[in-house]
Design a protein around this ligand. Structure first.
Ligand code: HEM
Length: 386
């Protein structure tokens, strides 16, 4: 059976600002549809997105890998060693090692530090300015630096490398973006090589030292670097926009007042998440949603659309921070479920209530605009006055 075909440019300004009307059309079109501009099948409903994320017949590794263009080799040499791009058994080994040190106990022990950092950033905030850079971005990047053990004063440099690298995953990608990503990968790798050598000689109580200790028999040097880069980049790139989208949603819904921190966090992640689509390859010929996927065929999984599915979330288009949490998919599901989920939730649940309490009159003084970087969904800036 051929799939219904839908056309929507992911670069179009109104879509980037509010993709949810298109998602509604996509869910109505059927369990699966063909997104013309991407040229592959997509799932927009909760049941299908959830099922495919958990279906081991789909994976992130292309079963028919294409040769890497030579100019991109330095980028992919690192990227293809990251757990996010692997499937078992390599994925299991890489993830298990990180999870051993990324326990919820270790993460929740960071609460006092996150609180103190939120207060410090608010103390340093100008009365008017970009909340995204002064608070939403600075907080998670410093937290992930501390967790890994990278000096905090490296945060601005890490942001530059990370932004250049993750630009490779956005739909608007050209040679300039590619060259910048390669340059950032080389610099980031060189920095980590020398930093890891330092920690090898002088281990501390941090995640990099722990990974090095396990590394003796488990991770080789290249995998160690790829893992550190993944954690450092994933550790802030989405959280900044969970915070930013959350502030924007609360203020624009006239709800800038205290809420239950955990329910608020769940609802912010459900309602306007920072990452909207991930893809999978069919690892074998497989039949799903009435569609025959040939081995190697791609499917797009529309996480933010699944979160608005009325079959799972009543009155899904309404932001309701008292809602009983449901199975929202902003952090993925299955094998690749976000390693940093407890940390991301703790950061939002800790930092936002402090911001609300300390800045009760916070207001947005310039209309916020979402950046044209689909599948990332985050604001360009968030100009506020306290
Ligand atoms: C609100 C913030 C965050 C969001 C929305 C988010 C979302 C996601 C999603 C959807 C995936 C799965 C991708 C897929 O299935 O293809 C993922 C994976 C991952 N995330 Fe996050 N993430 C966030 C914060 C973090 C943080 C703070 C870390 C810190 C280390 C982190 C580390 C990772 C890693 C390492 C993976 C790969 C897991 C694997 O492949 O097994 N994330 N994240």
């Amino acid at each position: 059976m051929s799939l219904p075909r839908l056309s929507q440019s992911p670069l179009e300004h109104p879509f980037v600002q509010d993709p949810y009307p298109f998602y509604e059309i996509a869910r109505a079109a059927g369990p699966l549809f063909h997104w013309e501009e991407y040229g592959h099948a997509c799932a927009a409903g909760h049941a299908e997105v959830n099922a495919i994320l958990r279906d081991r017949r789909f994976g992130r590794e292309n079963p028919f890998p294409k040769p890497t263009p030579p100019h991109l080799e330095p980028f992919y040499a690192v990227d293809r060693l990251s757990m996010l791009e692997r499937e078992p058994p390599e994925h299991t080994r890489l993830r298990r090692l990180v999870m051993r040190d990324f326990t919820s106990r270790r993460v929740s022990a960071m609460t006092p530090e996150i609180e103190a950092l939120a207060h410090r950033l608010i103390d340093e905030m100008p009365p008017e300015g970009d909340l995204l850079s002064s608070f939403c971005e600075t907080l998670p990047v410093i937290v992930i630096c501390r967790l890994l053990g990278v000096p905090e004063d490296m945060a601005p440099q890490l942001l530059r490398w990370s932004h250049a690298m993750v630009a490779m995953y956005q739909v608007r990608r050209d040679r300039v973006v590619e060259d910048a990503a390669v340059a950032a990968t080389l610099d980031f790798t060189a920095y980590l090589q020398s930093y890891i050598a330092e920690r090898r000689a002088d281990p501390r109580e941090d995640l990099i030292s722990a990974l090095i200790a396990a590394d003796e028999d488990r991770l080789n040097e290249d995998e160690l670097i790829a893992t550190c880069i993944l954690l450092l980049n994933a550790g802030h790139e989405a959280t900044v926009h969970a915070l930013g989208n959350g502030v924007k949603t609360l203020i624009s819904n006239d709800m800038w007042h205290p809420h239950d921190p955990d329910l608020l966090t769940e609802e912010i992640l459900r309602f306007d998440p920072p990452l909207h689509m991930f893809t999978r390859f069919a690892m074998e010929d497989v039949e799903v949603g009435g569609h025959h996927f040939a081995k190697g065929e791609v499917v797009g999984l529309m996480l933010a659309s699944a979160n608005r599915d009325e079959a799972v979330f009543a009155d899904a288009a309404r932001f309701d921070p008292t809602r009983t949490p449901g199975p929202q998919l902003s952090l993925g599901a299955g094998l690749h479920f976000c390693v940093g989920a407890p940390l991301a939730k703790l950061e939002v649940a800790t930092a936002l209530p402090i911001l609300i309490a300390r800045c009760p009159d916070l207001r947005i003084i310039e209309p916020p605009v979402y950046a044209d970087r689909y599948h990332f969904h985050g604001l360009e800036k968030l100009i506020c006055a306290t």
